[in-house]
Ligand binder design. Structure first.
Ligand code: NAP
Length: 333
């Protein structure tokens, strides 16, 4: 239990974190951002979630990423984050970048999913209520909708910005051809796409083929989600599956069978390399995602305060030699 109700953030919170410009926008993001997909919902211990948000902020993490459906149950991560904001961060709203999203199933009937204007506007209004905020900093369309005209989805995002309910627009999980069209429409509407949120890690390199070039050409930032492959690219599973890990939990997003022997062989070798560089495997994985400066921020998840501290330690060793990069290619082959 936290006894000190009056949270005073660390005075040194901006001393060591690095901030990168998000594409060609005015927005800067910390190189490590914290996502609230797991471990912040109604089924988790509130005080642990609260301590993680406090620790992140103390370490210079200014960006917190949510979505309408984060929980479980859906909506509860936003509710809990709203509670934490009210308890600890009322004086610090202007130091925070808070994002949310809509695009996955949220409520019954034809208006609670995908990408219609009806769904996006209603969903953000619900999110703002749960968060206790007047506006979010970034509002994302969470995934492309194959049926709704892209013009409608983009004009809903433009409307939301014009209404002042979000400052910046983001896209998530859009493939290069979809992103290209959406970015063009948003530019024409006068509310540019500021950020794209794709998955990216040593084990998941799809954005390297086309998407990163497209984003750079269009001045759009990139925040990479699941940079630790949901925990696989850490020391978590080096010696079996811990009882308190995501793979052992009821989350359907990481199952014990995802921790394959093939991956274990790789992470053991990567762990050796990390040790030779004087860093943890998680830090190595994050430094690698950030290695060319094309990814604005690595969007981590965490279940413990100590994991956030460890991840932020990446700032002590970001650079790679050519030999190290070649060795990583060899290991990942
Ligand atoms: N846009 C989208 O469609 C989408 C999809 C997925 C995620 N996201 C965003 O990305 C965020 C991050 O996703 P993610 O949680 O899958 O990211 P991740 O960073 O790849 O994995 C996080 C997990 O790794 C483990 N971990 C973290 N730091 C560690 C450390 N230093 N040492 C050992 N283990 C460590 C923890 O596992 P344990 O829990 O087992 O301790 C933690 O829950 C989400 O919260 C969400 O904001 C977006």
């Amino acid at each position: 239990m936290i006894t000190n109700q009056n949270y005073l953030p660390s005075a040194g919170r901006y001393d060591t974190m690095l901030y990168q410009r998000c594409g060609k926008s005015g927005l800067k993001l910390p190189i490590i951002s914290l996502g609230l997909w797991h471990n912040f919902g109604g089924v988790t211990v509130y005080e642990n979630s609260r301590m993680m948000v406090r620790k992140a902020f103390d370490l210079g993490i200014t960006h917190f990423d949510l979505a309408n459906n984060y929980g479980p149950p859906p909506g509860s991560a936003e509710e809990n984050f709203g509670r934490i904001l009210k308890a600890d961060f009322l004086n610090y709203r202007d130091e925070m970048i808070i994002s949310t999203k809509a695009g996955y199933n949220m409520w019954p009937g034809p208006y609670g999913d995908w990408g219609s204007k009806k769904y996006l506007v209603a969903s953000l209004d619900q999110s703002l209520k749960r968060l206790g905020l007047d506006y979010v900093d970034i509002f994302y369309h969470h995934r492309p909708d194959p049926e709704t005209p892209l013009e409608e989805t983009m004009s809903a995002l433009d409307l939301i910005v014009r209404q002042g309910k979000a400052l910046y627009i983001g896209l998530s999980n859009y493939k290069p051809d979809e992103a290209k069209k959406a970015i063009k429409i948003l530019k024409e509407l006068g509310s540019p796409c500021v950020i794209h949120q794709p998955s990216y890690s040593m084990f998941n390199r799809w954005i390297e083929a086309e998407l990163l070039d497209l984003l750079e050409e269009n001045g759009v930032g990139c925040i990479a989600f699941s940079p630790l492959a949901k925990g696989i690219l850490t020391d978590r599973y080096l010696n079996g599956i811990p009882a308190d890990s995501r793979a052992a939990s009821s989350s359907i997003f990481l199952q014990p069978e995802d921790i394959t022997e093939e991956k274990l062989v790789k992470i053991r070798r990567l762990d050796e390399l990390a040790k030779s560089r004087g860093q943890s495997l998680a830090q190595l994985a994050l430094a690698w995602v950030l290695r060319r400066g094309r990814v604005t921020s690595a969007l981590i998840g965490a279940s413990k305060v100590s994991q956030i501290e460890d991840c932020v330690g990446v700032i002590n060793r970001l650079e790679f030699s050519d030999e190290e990069l070649n060795l990583i290619e060899d290991i990942l082959k």
